[in-house]
Design a protein. Structure first.
Ligand code: ZN
Length: 166
């Protein structure tokens, strides 16, 4: 396995729409392994392929305390949703920034697993938020895009400043 570099906001590549995966093959499985290792090492609870500069529709999520409940989703799609809720979110591509975002309260997602088998999952709470956040990345959306322009400008300046210092 290998650690991958995570793109940092406002990198324009974070705003590209990712392509569906045509076939879950060994290349995709290796990418899922590398993405998981990168997420656990960061550490984070979710990572989408566009964040590691791979414009394909793949996400990994693990919200467990023990980090033993990896959920890998290829071509994930929200097939139904219910209600609305607001949670504070953060992102490995926007280190040190947290802000509340409105999301669906409950979602039902369809995806392919690491073996290419289709499955459906009901998610709410932190898991639901995390999956919606990661699917947004596949559509070229970062959570700060939901904030006011003033806040976005402030975050961009903060990111650029910390990049210069690193
Ligand atoms: Zn993110």
């Amino acid at each position: 396995m290998a650690l991958l570099d995570i793109l940092i906001y406002p990198d324009s590549r974070l705003h590209n729409k990712a392509k569906p995966v045509a076939q879950v093959d060994s290349r995709i499985q290796k990418l899922i392994d590398d993405m998981s290792e990168t997420m656990y090492t960061a550490p984070g609870i979710g990572l989408a392929a566009p964040q590691v500069n791979v414009p394909e529709r793949i996400i990994v999520v693990d919200i467990s305390d023990k980090k033993d409940s990896l959920l890998a989703m290829v071509n994930p799609e929200i097939i139904s949703s219910e209600g609305e809720d607001e949670h504070e979110e953060g992102c490995l591509s926007v280190p040190g920034v947290y802000a509340p975002v409105k999301r669906y309260k409950k979602i039902r997602v369809q995806a392919l697993d690491k073996d290419g088998n289709s499955f459906e999952l009901d998610a709410e709470g932190l898991l639901g938020v995390c999956i919606q956040h990661e699917i947004d990345h596949l559509d070229g959306k970062v959570f700060v895009d939901y904030l006011s322009h003033l806040k976005q400008d402030r975050i961009k300046k903060k990111m650029q400043k910390s990049m210069r210092h690193s």
